[in-house]
Design a protein around this ligand. Sequence first.
Ligand SMILES: [Fe+2]
Length: 154
Amino acid sequence: MLDKGEDILKVIDFVETIHHPKEEQLLFPVIAKQVWLSQGGPLCTYYRGLQLEFDPLAPVRRYLRLFYEQSGISAPSIGEYSWLSEQSPLSIPMEEHFIGHELSVALRFLSNKKNSALYAEFFEIFRKLYSDLLRVHISKEDNCLFVMCEAKMS
Ligand SMILES: [Fe+2]
């Protein structure tokens, strides 16, 4: 969908209502119980290192903070995930799900205010941040998480 230049709101509909809920409700809770998960996938150490050393999501959080200040709306609440812990390798993709969800809520909100200053200031930035985040996220899952799952569960 991203490569075809699909409307970002259609991408969001698919990711936020179908794809991520499927991972969070069906796949991740099962993986979270596996002993092998703590070993991480082939690139987990690399991704965790990037996260700790450079905090690549910091600019996204800064833009979102600015948006919340200017719009007066609050960040969406995060669901409860009994199987999730900070130490778990799944905290890496889940952090991206959470921040992607925040961006999606902001984009849906802005799409109903096309003539506003808020839309002019944030929509294109958030559209790009959401697309970029999704591409990085897909690459991590395809090259690390799902590689490990296929090796361990086949
Ligand atoms: Fe995911």
